[in-house]
Design a protein around this ligand. Structure first.
Ligand SMILES: C[S@@+](CC[C@H](N)C(=O)[O-])C[C@H]1O[C@@H](n2cnc3c(N)ncnc32)[C@H](O)[C@@H]1O
Length: 334
């Protein structure tokens, strides 16, 4: 959807729920990311779901899981400081609608389930938002991620996420003379020694792993080394772990599909302040959104029944809130 189309679509409701509020450019992009995650979560989560959040960061999705509502939640991130913040956010959640476990460690190197009681085959959703690309340093890390995901999921459960869209990144790279492209919102710089030449990225005779670049979003955020996610390889490996790809959709197309008039998520778009007062995003932010994709895999099997989710949801609701988490309860994985 181009900006004119967005503008046309949202002009009618641009005043709803946003009167007098200013939305900064980078905040707007963050809001779009949050809207995409909310929709993705909603599409794949039934009330009562047990959730494993890999690379959970500071717990930015806790509210989304509370709204689902999940019946239990496990956070896992390599950055201890982020896990502590997530725990703090959990304690501040309205009524702590689910029990939560907090793990610190490398989700792409350790056996996460070994650190959980009853972790195997008990999760309805595994989420990994804006992070699977860190696994693509090598095949071993991707396999460890998939083994954690597949081991955690019940048959029929979902593995969902958001990540840079490598086909867009590679297309943009090949269209320019240098190794870097940017606009006012983002800058992407490919490593000029590995791969030795950009035309080799994703070519048949080269490994699809370890293709490194730095992605800077907004000048205030530090450069962060990332790796291209070669989706054909991702999908092929995932099959070995019993995971079938259901959805792979660039943010632009995802936005177009779920923001359409009549979609249950179009009002959410307004409430989450994704668009500015004129009902649009700037061209630079819209271009930045094109660099990302959503994905969803489903673990094979499952009998299509509820699997006790309604009962789990009712039990969590009946609890009327769970006790605050204690920092001493954080589990350090090795
Ligand atoms: C861009 S943030 C996304 C955080 C969160 N998922 C969200 O959407 O708000 C990426 C997160 O991945 C975490 N991370 C990166 N590599 C990781 C790894 N190997 N194991 C666990 N966490 C990792 C970082 O510490 C960071 O918190």
């Amino acid at each position: 959807m181009d900006n004119a189309a967005i503008s046309h679509h949202y002009n009618e409701r641009r005043d709803e729920g946003r009167k007098g509020r200013q939305t900064s450019p980078i905040l707007q992009l963050r809001n779009l990311n949050n809207w995409v995650k909310s929709v993705l979560i909603n599409l794949h989560t039934r009330p009562g779901a047990r959730v494993l959040d890999l690379c959970s960061g500071k717990g930015g999705d806790l509210q989304k899981w509370a709204r689902a509502p999940a019946s239990s939640y496990v956070a896992c991130d390599t950055a201890e400081v982020s896990v502590r913040q997530a725990l703090g956010r959990y304690n501040e959640l309205g009524r702590r609608p689910f029990p939560a476990v907090f793990l610190v460690g490398d989700c792409f190197a350790v056996d996460v389930l070994a650190h959980l009681e009853d972790g195997h085959g008990t999760f309805d959703v595994v989420s990994c938002q804006f992070a699977v690309h860190y696994a693509f340093e090598n095949e071993e890390r991707v396999r460890r991620m998939l083994s954690n995901v597949a081991g955690a999921l019940k048959p029929g459960g979902f593995f969902i996420g958001t990540t840079p869209d490598s086909s867009v990144l590679v297309r943009k790279l090949r269209a320019i003379p240098g190794m870097s492209f940017a606009n006012a919102v983002f800058k992407v710089v490919f490593d000029d020694t590995d791969p030795p030449h950009k035309n080799k990225a994703f070519s048949r005779d080269k490994s699809p792993y370890g293709i490194r670049y730095t992605f800077t979003l907004d000048t205030s955020v530090e450069d962060c080394p990332e790796y291209l996610v070669h989706f054909p390889s991702f999908e092929k490996l995932a099959v070995e772990y019993g995971l079938e790809l259901l959805l792979l959709q660039n943010f632009h197309h995802f936005f177009k599909e779920y923001s359409a008039s009549g979609s249950p998520y179009s009002d959410l778009l307004v409430r989450m302040r994704v668009l500015d007062e004129t009902g649009t995003m700037s061209a630079d932010q819209w271009d930045a959104a094109y660099l990302y994709t959503v994905f969803a895999f489903r673990k094979k099997g499952g009998d299509g029944t509820d699997g006790g989710l309604a009962a789990a949801a009712a039990e969590a609701a009946a609890m009327g809130g769970y006790p605050a988490a204690n920092e001493d309860d954080i589990i350090f994985m090795s």
